[in-house]
Design a protein around this ligand. Structure first.
Ligand code: GLN
Length: 440
């Protein structure tokens, strides 16, 4: 714990100035004493981990990397994080991320851009960039990110580690600051499949405080040791698109060839075009975030800026404290929800989302899993994504479809560029972990 705290102290770009040194060290000493006394210790006891700064962890600053919540302290602890604490894991850091999860590069933050673990001139990916880099650099053993449209999987790919977005609802969202409630998922980033399995098991479960949470079966170590996948699918249009970089495509095709050589069948599938996926996702995500963030007006939470009257106070508090990217989404979201637009845009988005889910139901009758690259291109240089928000949205083309359908999906470090994404039908995390083990 001490060693990791020292490393974090030297790398503050990954953190939100909320190092939990004293409590972490006290907890570590307790575990040491238990071991010395020959007492039994819990499954995760003494293991240092990081928490994306969108989770409530009682007593810590919980900023969502936004000026609006810069001085906000969690009054309670998120269910998922509490379960880790109960298993003995030690939180050592709150992690830098794109403000409110809005972004794909971890540059939309008041704490400075997070730097890629493999090449500091490049972005870490986002929005869970601090979490991915801390794991990749061994500053934490695992970190808990949040994934609404790719925020665990994409930075995991950019930093060559594992990152799982579980089935929607498998892990309670209670205490996760809401971005887009219908796709928000809690999930782990780690360096091994075994760690992902263990952390998933610890955090899963129905929670009376989150009505969308579901019960699930624990995944046994033995259950994922032998492969049962017979047929895999991939989306033709992802691979044949002009938007994919040559080296991402080459990496992906190499993986496909390797899989074919083992006797597993490979099917090319039809899917929605990337721009349809991206516009459906952003229509719904912006609508939901505009609604969710309407509570942040300086009255109950956050930095309030007093003005002449109440309405002005709301306006100034929000316009001074929210980032450009967050304001873009609030404006966009309110527009698609407003009278005269909602039928044309928002309801159309909902209808497309249903069609996307139906398409997956059909696919999973033919294939056991779907493979795809995580992103169409390599991580950009720091500063580039900020110049062109639309290009940044398009870079989410391969992750958002699975989020809309609420499917479980895992990034594994394969190939030279951005990793491989393994997706299965709802609640079938087991087959994903099996196949990841097989590809290892
Ligand atoms: N990049 C996507 C967005 O900005 C996904 C972010 C996320 O999953 N939190 O919406």
């Amino acid at each position: 714990v001490q060693e990791k705290l020292n490393l974090l102290q030297e790398n503050t770009h990954n953190t939100v100035n909320s190092l939990l040194d004293k409590t972490a060290l006290a907890l570590a000493v307790k575990v040491d004493t238990k071991i010395k006394n020959g007492e039994k210790i819990g499954l995760l006891e003494g293991i240092p981990f990081g928490v994306k700064d969108v989770y409530m962890l009682q007593g810590t600053n919980t900023t969502a990397s936004s000026n609006l919540l810069k001085n906000y302290k969690s009054p309670f602890t998120a269910t998922a994080i509490q379960k880790l604490l109960d298993a003995g894991a030690i939180p050592i850091v709150k992690e830098n991320c794109d403000s409110f999860g809005h972004g794909s590069s971890s540059e939309n933050t008041i704490f400075g851009a997070v730097k890629n673990a493999l090449n500091p001139a490049l972005v870490a990916g986002g929005s869970s960039g601090g979490s991915a880099v801390n794991v990749a650099k061994n500053f934490t053993i695992f970190s808990i990110g949040g994934d609404t449209g790719g925020s665990i999987r994409q930075p995991a790919g950019y930093n060559k580690i594992y990152g799982l977005k579980p089935t929607y609802g498998r892990i309670s969202r209670y205490g996760l600051m809401a971005y887009a409630s219908s796709t928000d998922c809690v999930g782990p980033l780690a360096k091994s499949i075994e760690d992902i399995r263990i952390i998933l098991n610890v955090m899963s479960g129905k929670d009376a405080k989150d009505q969308t949470s579901i019960t699930s079966k624990e995944i046994d170590e033995k259950a994922i040791s032998n492969n049962t996948v017979k047929t895999i699918g991939y989306f033709k249009n992802f691979i044949e698109s002009d938007a994919i970089d040559a080296d991402v495509k080459a990496d992906f095709l190499t993986s496909i060839e390797k899989i074919k050589a083992t006797g597993i069948k490979v099917k090319a599938l039809d899917f929605f075009k990337s721009d349809i996926l991206v516009s459906t996702y952003y229509t719904l995500a912006m609508a939901e975030t505009a609604s969710n963030l309407s509570r942040l007006d300086g009255t109950n939470y956050g930095n309030r800026i007093e003005a002449e009257n109440l309405i002005e106070t709301y306006a100034v508090t929000r316009s001074e404290n929210f980032s450009e990217e967050t304001k873009r989404r609030i404006v966009g979201g309110n527009q698609v929800l407003s009278q005269g637009f909602s039928d044309e845009i928002y309801l159309k988005g909902l209808a497309l989302r249903d069609q996307i889910s139906t398409n997956f139901d059909k696919d999973f009758k033919e294939v056991d899993i779907i493979l795809s690259p995580v992103t169409p291109s390599a991580p950009p240089k720091i500063g580039e994504s900020l110049k062109d928000p639309h290009a940044m949205y398009l870079s989410d083309a391969y992750t958002v479809g699975f989020s809309l359908a609420q499917l479980p999906t895992l990034t594994i470090p394969q190939g030279t560029v951005t990793g491989l994404q393994i997706t299965a039908a709802k609640n079938n995390e087991e087959i994903i972990l099996k196949f990841a083990n097989f590809l290892k």
